[in-house]
Design a protein around this ligand. Structure first.
Ligand SMILES: C[S@@+](CC[C@H](N)C(=O)[O-])C[C@H]1O[C@@H](n2cnc3c(N)ncnc32)[C@H](O)[C@@H]1O
Length: 237
């Protein structure tokens, strides 16, 4: 097992979470309840967000022991251990256990590498055959707001359609082009992504792809429905 490392992807995730939390602070009410996070990684991106947003508390977990170890050190180094906590384990086991009080918002840059099976460079990043298994599971976990990365090569149309069927709207998003990193440039993954593009389940260029960090909500009091704009923003070829 290793620790996830992709500086540009994590920076985009952290920046986008920060901006969307600030923009929708009152609507999401995170200063009162805090937020949950699926997948801490090395924690640097969100530790900086916690440091910059007094009042934000994040309860995170990661399935990778080296990630949790690195995350705890990085969180302590930034002086936010009282507001950013990390547990080792499967997010969905913890969510189902009922051990913690329910909060309304979850944030995630979930595993989203599409591949025929889990035998890839970092198996913890496998998102299922089409890459969107974990985000679909997250959308079914009962949160009011899901602030998550939506990559262009992980069947985003199915993700956004399923979200709509479950009663979520896309309130807003930030999209950025990323180069293929070590995990998505692995030949087995690249070939699979090419096949998904041909099948209409993915958008990707020769060297890279798009990722949006999108706020989905089921709260009728938060206006906005930008699902079509989100899908247009992901169409890179
Ligand atoms: C794409 S990385 C993102 C890490 C970090 N949030 C970032 O953006 O830098 C996804 C992380 O989710 C973790 N993960 C995978 N499946 C998980 C699960 N079921 N529960 C909790 N964490 C999981 C992986 O180990 C990995 O660290």
């Amino acid at each position: 097992m290793s620790c996830f490392s992709s500086a540009d992807e994590s920076a985009h995730y952290g920046f986008s979470v920060c901006m969307l939390l600030q923009q929708y602070r009152d609507e999401l009410g995170w200063a009162g309840q805090g937020v949950d996070e699926l997948g801490t990684g090395d924690a640097t991106a969100i530790a900086d967000v916690v440091a910059g947003l007094p009042g934000l508390r994040v309860r995170s977990c990661d399935i990778s022991a080296p990630s949790v170890e690195a995350a705890r050190a990085n969180i302590a180094a930034r002086g936010v251990a009282d507001r950013y906590t990390v547990e080792l384990g499967d997010f969905f086991d913890r969510a189902d256990s009922g051990d913690h009080p329910r909060v309304r918002t979850v944030i995630a840059n979930p595993p989203y590498i599409p591949a025929p099976d889990r035998d890839i460079l970092m198996p913890e990043l496998w998102g299922g055959v089409y890459g969107n298994d974990l985000v679909l599971q997250l959308l079914k976990a009962g949160y009011t707001d899901v602030l998550t990365a939506v990559p262009s090569y992980s069947d985003p149309v199915a993700t956004v359609t399923t979200a709509g069927d479950l009663g979520y709207r896309v309130v807003n998003f930030l999209a950025m082009a990323l180069d293929f990193g070590p995990y998505s440039a692995e030949p087995k993954v690249r070939e699979h992504v090419r096949r998904m593009c041909a099948e209409g389940r993915a958008w990707a260029g020769e060297d890279g792809y798009m990722v949006a960090v999108a706020l989905f909500t089921a709260d009728p009091d938060i206006p906005g429905d930008r699902a079509a704009q989100l899908l247009r923003a992901l169409q890179v070829a």
